[in-house]
Design a protein around this ligand. Structure first.
Ligand code: NAG
Ligand code: NAG
Ligand code: NAG
Ligand code: NAG
Length: 236
């Protein structure tokens, strides 16, 4: 068991390292076109978001706030998401575990789809947007199921089969356990729960505005942002 966790962690950090290499390349490319390239970018603000796939409050948060935060602020944030939430872990007499997700087995499967997307889709921002799409309140039933995965993948030009196979298999369970460990480290009970740069954040009606306030030197996407206006007006 320890070997499996160890191998998984090695795998996980290799992927993280690869993702970071990509990011560096991306930055160098944009530099060529950026007149302000010599101005230091502010350090990224760390966002940790804990959720479970079928929780209605999480779905509302994703639809009303998280989508625009990912879309507009991803260059300035280091966003880590933990699809797990409230799970009852039972230690069985034969030394295996049984997991009961708050909203039933479908939610455990949904959480695995999310975990697998984060693993399979190498562009982290795109993976976040894929998971955000799974959660969108426009998705039928409770979202985060095979149907939503097919729909979101085809819109974004991905193959949902890779993600679904992962969720059904050993890899999905490994990732699920990893997010479980991370979630219990912070003793997260209620979801959605957000931590910003290491501190618990109390959600307001204007999460994007609150995140903007962390940047003492305003970043461009925050400069014209006005919480009293809707998305369309803000985009002008
Ligand atoms: C990107 O920039 C870094 C730091 O300026 C440099 O060390 C690296 O070689 C560059 N990579 C590419 C692919 O240009
Ligand atoms: C352990 O026990 C559970 C419940 O009785 C059973 O479903 C499962 O197959 C068992 N697992 C192993 C590896 O024996
Ligand atoms: C990663 O995905 C985001 C969102 O789809 C996109 O804007 C960005 O250009 C992608 N980055 C790379 C290196 O493909
Ligand atoms: C967030 O934390 C990082 C690393 O500790 C730090 O460099 C940065 O200034 C912090 N950002 C804000 C806005 O507090």
């Amino acid at each position: 068991m320890e070997t499996i966790i160890y191998l998984f962690l090695v795998h996980y950090f290799t992927i993280r390292a690869l993702a970071e290499t990509n990011e560096i390349t991306e930055k160098n490319e944009t530099k060529l076109f950026d007149e302000n390239a010599d101005i230091e970018k502010p350090p990224k603000l760390n966002i940790k978001y804990y959720y479970e796939s079928h929780c209605p409050y999480c779905r509302n948060f994703e639809t009303d706030h998280f989508k625009q935060i990912i879309e507009k602020l991803h260059d300035y944030l280091d966003i880590q998401t933990y699809p797990y939430g409230n799970v009852n872990r039972l230690h069985l007499p034969n030394n295996t575990f049984e997991y009961a997700c708050q909203h039933g087995p479908e939610e455990c499967y949904g959480n695995k789809l999310h975990a697998c997307a984060l693993d399979v889709i190498k562009n982290h921002t795109a993976a976040l947007l894929f998971n955000n799409c799974l959660m969108d309140i426009s998705q039928e039933n409770k979202g985060s199921d095979d149907k939503a995965a097919d729909k979101c993948a085809s819109n974004m030009g991905y193959d949902s089969n890779v993600i679904k196979e992962c969720a059904l298999g050993e890899k999905g369970s490994e990732l699920f356990n990893y997010y479980g460990e991370e979630t219990s480290k912070h003793k997260i009970r209620g979801v959605p729960k957000i931590w910003i740069n290491g501190s618990k954040y109390e959600r307001s009606h204007d999460v994007m505005g609150d995140i903007c306030k962390y940047f003492l030197n305003p970043i461009p996407p925050c400069e014209n942002y006005d919480s009293t206006k809707n998305d369309e007006e803000n985009d002008k």
